[in-house]
Ligand binder design. Sequence first.
Ligand code: NAD
Length: 509
Amino acid sequence: MTGPSLLPTVRPRTTIRAGRRTRGAATEAVIEGVEVSTDHWIGGQRAGSPEAFPDVSPIDGAVIAEVARGGSAEVDSAVRAARDASAVWGSTKPSERAAVLHRIADGVEANVERLAAVETRDNGSLLRSMRRSVMPRVARNFRFFADHLLELDGRREHEGFSERISWGPSGVAAVVTPWNAPLMLATWRFAPALAAGNTVVLKPPEWAPLTASVFADIAREAGLPDGAFNVVQGIGEEAGAALVAHPDVDRIAFTGSVATGRLVAAAAGANLTPVSLELGGKSPFVAFADADLDAAVRQAVYQYDNAGQVCLAGTRLLVEERVYDVFLERFLEAAGALRQGDPREEVTDVGPQITREHFERVDGFVRRAKADGAKAILGGGPNEELGGLYYRPTLFVDPPPGSEILTQEVFGPVLTLQRFSGEDQAVELANATDYGLAAIVYTGDPDRAARVSERLIAGTVWVNCFFVRDLAAPFGGARNSGIGREGGTWSFDFHADVKNVCIAPWGKE
Ligand code: NAD
């Protein structure tokens, strides 16, 4: 492991409410050699809870930590700490805020190995991806919004009047995020909040809660004031629900499933708290006959990345009739070469599912798809050799139109393949879900790319590429895939209190 030790000298455990003694419970776990606090982080202090929940590694089913199980009392403390800190952080000069965010990015970069090791053990994602792309992106989230903050220019002229647009802090941001890339997704939501001068209460996912805790140490060492960033660990229905319903929260940034998104939106509605929802997907992957077929097949197989636990994944492969057979043949060859196993091994391409519950959910989709008449031409069940939570990359062909496997998000290594004839049918099939997060199109014809992209219902359309993320560009979902857009200006406009001061020409009032 590289990088300096970021662990705090273990401070005396803080009790959250008078009369609740938490001393004696475990406060730390050692994950792949990295010491990680399993407590909350509230107002710059570690804080415990009387109860804990087990954190199970998907790699081998081991309980790797007992994590503090927060509820409304802990959420209340964290929101109060964040509110207190917003006077300090919100009035910190933009240049100083940006400097702290850059130092956080430095700290993340210095600790990529530690963060990657903890995250992989915690959620079973490939270690090689964590090291090379995901954790470096965590750092970039901070650098980007630090720079964006300093580039804001709200000066305008309108019919002789001058306007001064400003992006002030809105107060306390509640951030609730999922487990499939927990730290990267969380920082994508709260880096802009911090840049805008807001303070943050993060509720990490209970299935992969640990890197949030490591991050808290990095942020403290980077000079983020106490209380500007808080972590309340816990279960979604407890800590998460208490946080999004808290009346003293000014923004809610939620990433997760559609079902939870509805609950979060309802809670936000009760307090009229602005909410941004990044939800699930069932994205189409459309390959036309004029495409570079090898490139399309390579990218199609990549949709099994993170064992299919990717919101953006193009899980519905739609291939033009004329090249369907050759596409399928090449796909099966390439997918057959994928290596499944321990995600810590450099050679592994496909790791485990996150939990037994999720594994059973994925398996339920596969069983019902078979019962509906879809044919599993690849995989179609658990990896019996490996056991545990390893599910075989699966491809269904000819699923009945409108069937569950074509319309509902599986969030596992399960793709479907359908054929189409011509642009109209491609677009009709591609748009045939209630989701609209992303779409992928492979074609050799720029005019077709433009025509089809315009007709696809999706927040992002990738043409002859996938997963290219410009942090300045808008990102988000159409239809049930979300509310709002994030990225650059869009994130800032959501988190900030945007104000326009309109000034008449002096001396002519
Ligand atoms: P989830 O909705 O079950 O949980 C997400 C978070 O919400 C977790 O932290 C959970 O503890 C919390 N939560 C659960 N119930 C809550 C409640 N009642 N109130 C407040 N918070 C609550 O989703 P998941 O299983 O963790 O993640 C998978 C889902 O996330 C998939 O649908 C995936 O597509 C989606 N996702 C979307 C994006 C995106 O950017 N659009 C990115 C990643 C994942």
